[in-house]
Design a protein. Structure first.
Length: 408
């Protein structure tokens, strides 16, 4: 029996039992949709984060006044962080003097009261040195206006969402005056939208000159205290070597031992490693969901094929009586399983792509339907069909033709 005859025969039997066939296909379709959506979202997050980090720069590192990242629980300001120690202007100057350090910038953050066109809100503001904009590379770009200068005071640079969404219908533009903690700040620039999940929160940032921040959060920080330090490594130097030098220098300043540091120096590579670990954990959970979907689809196909065998015992006997061999019977039933799997794969892929488009357009969830995901879906669907149909097909092929013909 050739392939064309087997396919035609299988289609005839599947259409004869169309309700059961479609219910089985629907079960597989749900599994395929789950796989397409889960894997594409996982790929989308991975690509989005990698893109953001590459724009951010591999030569960047950060010095926090905490002994480990687990201490970073404060959501209001630096005064709410479980700080192990403090950073000072002396630390900034000493880091800048280390060979291989290209640039150093100071920053802090905290909640402030904002007022614009009669609307009053509370939001996070990020006072930082203007040189940090250059250190961020292509991560923070200007959409309109400009960055503030190092010598300017009472000026602000607004993130894209902060300018367009923070005050409802009233949009903050270049030249707008916004009151922050009762003091007027002139907006000199609007940030180009970063977008994506990784950059969505940074689109809501409001940046101020660092010295303005000292006045804004007077009482929360000591006169010479620095909230956090950005460090950019010069080309040709190993970030890990620079990190070790910073740790030794600041440990000496703070009079602490190297195994009991009251600060943390975090490199871009470490951030990527942390992000990678989180993504791996998410992917493992998603893989478990995918496995469950696979099992559900396989059980549905196996159930349908077993029922087909039971209902067509006499038909199998007739086929064997007219000369069909065991391999022919096996081939027929496996062809039916493959057709079910292939149909479920195609329909599931189409519906999955539609779901992904809705998630991307409506909820701004990053998705990426790679060619290898499409290939995996078809291999998965056909593979599930083959594996689920193998035992029923083998059982049909091994039937004794005489007993099959006598079956009522």
């Amino acid at each position: 029996m050739d392939l064309i005859d087997a396919v035609a025969y299988s289609f005839k039997n599947l259409t004869k039992r169309s309700l059961r066939s479609w219910l089985t296909i629907i079960g597989l379709v749900i599994g395929v949709i789950a796989i397409v959506v889960i894997l594409s979202i996982s790929e989308g997050f991975n690509r989005d984060i990698n893109t953001q980090m590459s724009a951010f720069g591999a030569d960047m590192m950060f010095v926090y006044p905490i002994s480990s990242l687990t201490d970073m629980t404060g959501g209001g300001s630096f005064s709410l962080l479980k700080t192990s120690g403090k950073l000072y202007q002396e630390d900034v100057d000493d880091i800048a003097s280390i060979g291989g350090v290209k640039e150093v910038a100071r920053t802090m953050f905290g909640r402030a009261s904002l007022s614009f066109k009669g609307k009053n809100i509370t939001a996070m503001v990020y006072p930082m040195d203007s040189k940090a904009f250059d250190m961020y590379g292509s991560y923070i770009q200007v959409e309109s206006g400009r960055y503030y200068k190092e010598t300017e005071k009472n000026v602000a640079f607004f993130g894209h969402k902060a300018a367009t969404d923070m005050f409802g219908k009233d949009k903050v533009e270049v030249g707008s005056v916004v009151q922050i903690n009762g003091k007027n700040y002139r907006v000199v620039g609007i940030q180009k939208e970063i977008g994506g999940m990784a950059g969505s929160s940074d689109d809501s940032n409001i940046y101020l000159p660092f010295e303005d921040g000292r006045q804004l959060f007077e009482g929360q920080l000591l006169p010479d205290e620095v909230g956090m330090i950005y460090v950019q490594v010069d080309e040709g130097f190993n970030p890990e070597d620079i990190k070790a030098s910073i740790e030794r220098k600041l440990a000496s300043n703070h009079r602490v031992k190297m195994d009991k540091l009251d600060f943390s120096v975090i490199t871009s590579a470490q951030i990527m490693e942390i992000v990678g670990t989180i993504l791996l954990s998410v992917q493992l959970v998603l893989a478990a969901v995918t496995l469950i979907a696979s099992v559900v689809g396989a059980i549905g196909i196996a159930n349908t094929m077993f029922m087909n065998v039971l209902e067509r015992i006499k038909e199998i006997g007739i086929l064997k009586a007219v000369g069909a061999r065991q391999n022919d019977i096996l081939f027929l039933f496996l062809t039916e399983s493959v057709i079910i799997g292939l149909a479920g794969g195609i329909i599931g892929l189409i519906l999955g792509a539609i779901v992904l488009q809705v998630l991307q357009d409506t909820f701004a969830i990053p998705v990426f339907l790679r060619l290898r995901i499409i290939a995996f879906v078809f291999i998965f669907a056909v593979g599930v069909g083959l594996l689920a149909g193998l035992l029923p097909a083998w059982r049909a092929a091994k039937m004794d033709p005489v007993e099959a013909l006598m079956y009522e």
